[in-house]
Design a protein around this ligand. Sequence first.
Ligand code: NAD
Length: 341
Amino acid sequence: MTRRGVLIGCGFFARNHMLAWRDLPDVTIVAVCDLDPAKAAAFSEEFGARAYGDAAQMLKEVRPDFADIATTVSSHRSLVELAAGHGCAVICQKPFAENLIDADAMVDACKHAGVELLIHENFRWQAPIRRIGELIDSGAIGQPQFLRLNFRHAFDIYANQPYLAQVEDLALSDVGLHLFDVARRLFGEVIRISCETQRLNPNVTGQDAFLAQMRHANGAVASVECSFFSHYAPDRFVQTLALVEGDEGSIELGDGYRLWVHRQGECLEEVVEPPVPSWGARPWNLVQDSVIAFQQHVLDVLAGRAKPQPSGADNLETLRLTFAAVQSARNGGRQVKLAAS
Ligand code: NAD
């Protein structure tokens, strides 16, 4: 059965969505929509989908199986509610919502409409993160006790996404929530967090670096480190480096996709670089492959073969953690407790 989807928002990152959908079997994007007619027309021409300027009209006429929302956050609530009202499954890009009230309302709207809501959290679908998850789940390092996630670079992200230069809580809201989602996927719920932010790049308005310290419900601790103004040669964008320790072993994920598993007095090395898609290129293959993996997962969910990873309800907790980090940073790094504690 071929699923019929529509795309809302034909901007910078949506191109990865469209290229990945085109690679996947049993799915077609039949229509695309953007407030900017030129952007919708360009995608329509490249991908052979009908172009619209109004999402409501597109949903009414096309009646798709799912809507893939790739707009920026301020439009997410209205578009998720609109798509749910048309009875189709909904995929929403991160950040899921601007606040927890909106996120709650979006989860409720999809629940009442009886449709799936998935959040496009592709970091947890990156090949190295999936491998670390498999190793932890298989008991390779025993009981998790320490996690370090490190995403530090100086790549010019503002060239493709100029709006980022004006975002106040930039590092936390753009990449922090991806890293918090990864931490929750690997180590479970967080019960308290403290966070310091920095404004490093003089050309941006917001806080472009943060350091968060967290306690998980299972007793493990985590350090999440992120900066958009840290200089390395070669630059490490788009890699997340990691250190994961358990009571029986450790995992290190280093630069260049090298992964070491230390256990029983031995160290085994693996290379966990994902393939380069036919339409992709290094170093973006990490991201491109993760979009394909996430969107294949969406098809598995729609076919009843998998549970959403993550669902809107799950991602609401990642958002809660992100806002707790913002609150901590604004209060001089004071610890914030989460409801799970
Ligand atoms: P963008 O500004 O390039 O594209 C957004 C597009 O949505 C624009 O063309 C805009 O005209 C359109 N749009 C806005 N409201 C609309 C509406 N109501 N109906 C139809 N079209 C509408 O933005 P971008 O950089 O592609 O980012 C989009 C989203 O993707 C953001 O939320 C961003 O955080 C996220 N993103 C995710 C990743 C990732 O790795 N998961 C990477 C980059 C960006």
